[in-house]
Design a protein around this ligand. Structure first.
Ligand code: KDO
Length: 339
């Protein structure tokens, strides 16, 4: 019988050794992956929107400042958690990060509803001053206590505008009477839609395109960069520049995760979130400044209503509402006085 040649034997030996090294390597990688802190992110944002792209900035910044320490996983299009369920998932420790709205916070921190009211925040600079100063500090402390999440940065979602399926002459809130205006599905959002004079209709963000296309809704409200990124301009004919809400989206982390980090890791996570917010804010503000032409080219009518009439009606509706009853005395004045 032919014996194994010495060349074959040494080839075999090399193969076994290579296999062993491979196994050791993959074990090593697995062990490393296990020791990395998982950073699952869930957002309804569509890939082309700035507050989706900002998460890549977050991941890159964190990988650079804390190599091999975090396993950042970005889930867009509400593919991991449904819109609005992220805060509860973070509180339970099933999700590490998300970007949550003032409307999400108002559910558990009623005074936060002041930022769900139209025409309170004046512009993106005012927004940053308010949330990066003592007002934000105080409110975020309550958010942490009541919601078990820590706010890391305030991102500018954009200024919300009304976007209609059919062209309509809209000067004042009375002209939106009977218009089925889609809003996200919580009572705080619906109240804003009603304050604008419309018939507020709840629908998740991911269903808006189809709703506009089929006519189950007559319109929706969102900042213009989102109207572009989610392609709502393909299924609508008009933008009414009401400027009714200078909207924020707050980068938040579960306290379960946050409390387990070292001080250095916390610093790096916060810095990464702030870099992400800054990237979003700069790009969104720039885009908002030049985007109207794009919609005109797409054949949409872009109209300017009587914004003072909208402001007056919306502010009066909120002032008379139960929401205003829980706003801490003097808070609105302090917000207005922030320059
Ligand atoms: C929306 O559903 O209209 C909204 O703009 C609400 C925001 O709070 C936020 O959830 C946003 O959608 C998503 O991130 C999608 O852009």
């Amino acid at each position: 019988m032919k014996t194994i040649s010495s060349t074959r034997r040494s080839l075999l030996a090399t193969g076994v050794a290579a296999l062993a090294t491979g196994a050791a390597l993959s074990l090593g990688t697995a062990a490393l992956a296990q020791t990395k802190v998982p950073m699952r992110i869930s957002t309804p944002a569509v890939p082309d929107d700035w507050h989706a792209k900002m998460w890549t900035v977050f991941k890159d910044a964190l990988d650079a400042s804390s190599p091999n320490q975090f396993d950042t996983q970005i889930n867009l299009n509400a593919s991991l958690f449904k819109q609005g369920t992220e805060p509860a998932a973070m509180a339970r420790g099933n999700l590490e990060l998300s970007a949550i709205s003032a409307f999400d916070m108002a559910k558990l921190v009623p005074e936060f509803s002041i930022f769900t009211a139209g025409y309170v925040v004046r512009d993106p600079a005012h927004q940053q001053k308010v949330f990066n100063g003592p007002i934000g500090e105080g409110l975020f402390k309550t958010v942490s206590e009541k919601m078990d999440v820590t706010i890391l940065a305030t991102a500018y979602l954009g200024t919300r505008q009304v976007n209609l399926r059919e062209v309509r002459n809209v000067r004042t809130p009375a002209d939106l009477k009977g218009v089925k205006l889609r809003m996200p599905g919580t009572k705080e959002w619906l109240f804003l839609g009603e304050a604008l004079g419309a018939t507020a209709t709840p629908l998740a963000f991911g269903e808006v395109y189809l709703g506009l296309k089929t006519g189950t809704i007559d319109g929706q409200d969102n900042p213009l960069p989102t109207v572009r990124a989610a392609k709502f301009y393909e299924v609508t004919k008009q933008l009414v520049l009401t400027n009714h809400l200078v909207d924020s989206i707050f980068i938040a982390i579960s306290n379960k995760t946050w409390n387990a980090l070292t001080p250095a890791q916390r610093q790096n996570v916060r810095a990464a979130a702030q870099a992400a917010a800054q990237y979003n804010n700069e790009n969104r503000i720039r885009e908002e400044g030049q985007i109207v032409d794009f919609f005109r080219q797409q054949g949409l009518q872009v109209t300017t209503p009587d914004v003072d009439a909208f402001r007056k009606a919306v502010q009066e509706t909120y002032a008379k509402s139960d929401y205003a009853q829980v706003w801490p005395a003097g808070l609105l004045d302090r917000i207005n006085a922030t320059r």
